[in-house]
Unconditional design. Structure first.
Lengths: 188, 188
């Protein structure tokens, strides 16, 4: 019989099915976002979001409560994304042909859509494009740390726990990101 | 004045409280402007990514939960397009493989040219099977004729006239009277 997330089973850590449903509801959007930002693939992000919760449910006994549930889920999601990228064949060509330009343009349009005034919208657009270009120059791990900090607003300690890194390494990644942003900004 | 390092700026952007950094930002307009600009760019990036991933998630969910009627219409549209494409392909194929239409010019070449007709009689193919090479040959034969078809009777007359001139050439010193020529040509 196929195991479902809503199976009425009392977990070892005290989560009832209803509680786990609540966890899914609360964190689903964030986990999807983390995965989507890592992969830029709607289908893969949706599939891995389900996998993430399934993995969390199956591994609920391993959750010791040292970090928050959200951080624990983000950690699972980051690992799933990493495995997926590692296993994805022809990933380079897929990324190359997947229309990143269109995605970037769409993101820019969506972000500046509600900026009033042509001048301010133009400035917002430039700022956003600079940031996107700077993020592209970072390594995958640096990008993940940057997004977990500024998109998901995780603390440095939470990022370290989610990415299985030292706090100092996370700080170094964020510092490198700021350096890239500064370089991009100061380019003629 | 020494400006902020990447680490200090990254710490400030990450929300770390640092009195030295704070006081420098208060007193240095250049670092202050840079820090605010980077912060704005990062927050716009975060907004853009959140919106885009939310958009992707909604689109994915809508696609998955599309009502049956919409799906049926979608399939119907695809089926219609497929049928139209098949029809176009079939008509194109028919145009390409159908026998060439019988051209009256070709027919005239076959019937007028006795040389060509004598050649073709040996092969005696129906006109619908006349190949391009055969047609070209017929045209060439017609063009290379010394005397066009319409002037064949005149040619016969001149042959007869030459014969007559040869036989009576000695008596009349090589000249042929117009009267004799006219008489000869009037013979049925």
């Amino acid at each position: 019989m196929e195991e479902t997330l809503t199976a009425p089973v009392m977990s070892d850590v005290g989560w009832s099915a209803a509680e786990f449903d609540e966890i899914v509801r609360e964190h689903q959007a964030r986990i999807y976002r983390v995965l989507w930002c890592e992969l830029r693939d709607d289908e893969a992000a949706a599939t891995l979001t389900q996998d993430c919760f399934l993995k969390a449910y199956r591994g609920r006994a391993d959750f010791r409560g040292e970090a928050s549930v959200g951080t624990w889920l983000v950690r699972i999601a980051v690992n799933l994304a990493r495995d997926y990228q590692r296993n994805r064949r022809l990933g380079f060509w897929r990324r190359l042909l997947s229309g990143n330009v269109r995605e970037a343009e769409l993101a820019v349009q969506m972000a500046v859509a509600d900026t009033p005034g042509a001048d301010r919208a133009l400035l917002a657009r430039e700022q956003l494009e600079l940031t996107m270009e700077a993020v592209k120059t970072l390594s995958p791990q640096q990008q993940t740390a940057f997004r977990l900090r500024y998109l998901e607003e995780l603390s440095i300690e939470e990022i370290a726990a989610a990415m299985s890194l030292e706090v100092g390494t996370v700080k170094s990644h964020l510092s490198r990101a700021v350096s890239a942003l500064r370089q991009q900004r100061n380019q003629p | 004045m020494k400006h902020l390092t990447d680490e200090q700026l990254a710490g400030w952007l990450a929300g770390e409280e640092d009195q030295q950094t704070g006081s420098h930002l208060d007193s240095c307009p250049q670092c202050n402007a840079e820090a605010l600009e980077l912060r704005d760019g990062i927050s716009r990036y975060a907004v853009a990514m959140r919106r885009q991933s939310s958009f992707a998630e909604n689109a994915h969910m809508n696609g998955r939960l599309a009502p049956r009627r919409t799906l049926a219409l979608h399939r119907l549209r695809w089926a219609g397009s497929g049928a139209l494409a098949l029809l176009l392909a079939a008509s194109t194929a028919w145009l390409m493989i159908r026998p060439p239409a019988q051209n009256p010019t070709m027919q005239s070449y076959r019937t007028i040219d006795p040389a060509a007709s004598s050649q073709n009689d040996a092969n005696s193919k129906p006109s619908s099977q006349l190949s391009d090479d055969e047609l070209l040959e017929a045209v060439n034969n017609d063009l290379s004729r010394e005397v066009p078809e319409a002037l064949s009777p005149v040619s016969a007359i001149s042959v007869e006239r030459n014969k007559l001139a040869a036989t009576s050439g000695a008596a009349t010193s090589g000249s042929v009277s117009h009267t004799s020529l006219r008489r000869k040509t009037n013979v049925p």
